[in-house]
Design a protein around this ligand. Sequence first.
Ligand code: UTP
Length: 413
Amino acid sequence: MSEREKKLEAAKERLKAFGQEHLLKYYGELPETEQDALLSQILATDFSVLSPGQLAAEKKARGRIEPLSCLELPAIEARREAYEAAGLKALRGGLCAAVLLAGGMGTRLGLSGPKGACDIGITRPVYIFQRLLENLAETARRALRPLRLFIMTSEKNDAETRAFLREHEFFGYPEEYVSFFVQDMAPCTDFGGKVLLEEKGRIAASPNGNGGWFVSLLRSEAGHLLADEGIRWLNVFGVDNVLQRILDPVFVGATILGGCAVGSKVVRKVSPEEKVGVMCLEDGRPSVIEYSEMTPELLAERNEKGEPAYNFGVILNYLFSVEELRKHADGKLLLHLARKKIPCLDETGRAVRPGEPNGLKYELFIFDQIHEMPGCLPFEVVREREFAPVKNAQGADSVESARRLCEKNGIAL
Ligand code: UTP
C-alpha cells in the first residue's frame, strides 16, 4: 500500500467514527497534491469538538449567579505604592510574560489582513500592533528588562502577521523576545452538524475562539519557554484595544498580593444596559456573564452602596497564574456555537457565498477559563485611559472612537 493509500484509509476511518464520510465525496476528482492536502487536513482536524457530549454541554443552564466584589479605584489608589512595588519586583524577576490574542478574523471591522495591521493614524501611520508594542516597551523600561511577548495567530493570518511585524522591525521591540504560536482551527458545519467543504479539497474551518490559547501555547514550539524562563504569570490581552496597558505593574502587584489565580481588568459600566460581559460569581466560582444572559432581576440588583450589583465589564485583559492554568490544560472547555454565513460547496459541488447564516462555527471562550480558576480579582481601571476598542468599521468601538480616546490621552496620531 502506498503512503497516500495508507493516509486515505486512516482518513476514512476517522471520518466514519464521526459520521463525516461525505468530506471525501470529490476526492477522486482532485489532483494528487490536493488529495494530499485534504487527507492531511482531515487527519489534523479535531472532529471530537462536534461530539454530542460537548455540544449538549453548550445548552447547560447557567449556575447560581451572585455579585463578585471589585477592587475599585479608591482602594487601588490607597495601596498603589505597595501594589506597584510588588508588580515591579515580579517583572524584574522575570516572572511575567504577555500573550497577545491576535488569531481572530476581525470580520466586523471588515479588513482583509490582521486586525493589528490596521492603521489608526491621521497625520502619520499608527498601527494597532505599534500601539501595543510601544505600550509594552514602556513597561519593559520600568521593569529594566525586556519582557517576553507571545503572539497567538491563526492559520488564516499567521504569515501576514509575522511578515507585517518583521517589515516594521517590531516597532523597535527586541524581536528575540517575541514568540509566535498558531491557534487551532475548528471545522464549520451545517445546522445538522455535517462538516462543510469550502472547496472540493478543503474543509471549511475557522479559528477555534480565544479560549484555546493556553493549550495551543503549551503545544507550540514556544511552549517550553514558560518552564525554561520560569514564567509564573501571563497577561493575556486582546489585539483590538489601542490603549491596552500590558503587564501594568500595579495590576500585577494587586493580583499577586491578593493571592488570586487570575486578575481581570474591568471598567465601570456606563449604563446597566451596556453590552459588555460582567464579572460575577457562578456557583461560587468567578465567571463572566454576557449582557444577553442578564435577567431583569440581575440588572435591577443593587449592592450595599446602592449601586448596580453587576457593574464592572471585562476588557479582555487578564493576568493568569501559569500554575493554575496548567491544572486545567487537559480538560475541555465548553463549545459555543455561532450561526454564521459560511462560504461552502452546495450539494451539487458549486461554490456559494450565502447571504444568510447557513451553518455553525464552534468557539472556545476565554470567559470559561476564568470559571476554572479558584479566585479572581476584578481590578477597576479608568475607562477613558485604558479602553479604546476597535471592533466595528463605524460608530461605537470603531477607529473613529479609538482615535478620539488616543487624542484625549495625548497620543499623537
Ligand atoms: P473578538 O471576539 O472581537 O473576535 O475577539 P474577532 O474575530 O477579532 O472579531 P469579529 O468578531 O470577527 O469581528 C476578541 C479577541 O480575541 C481574539 C481576537 O483576535 C481579539 O483579540 N481571538 C478571537 C483570537 O485570538 N482567536 C479567535 O479565534 C477569536
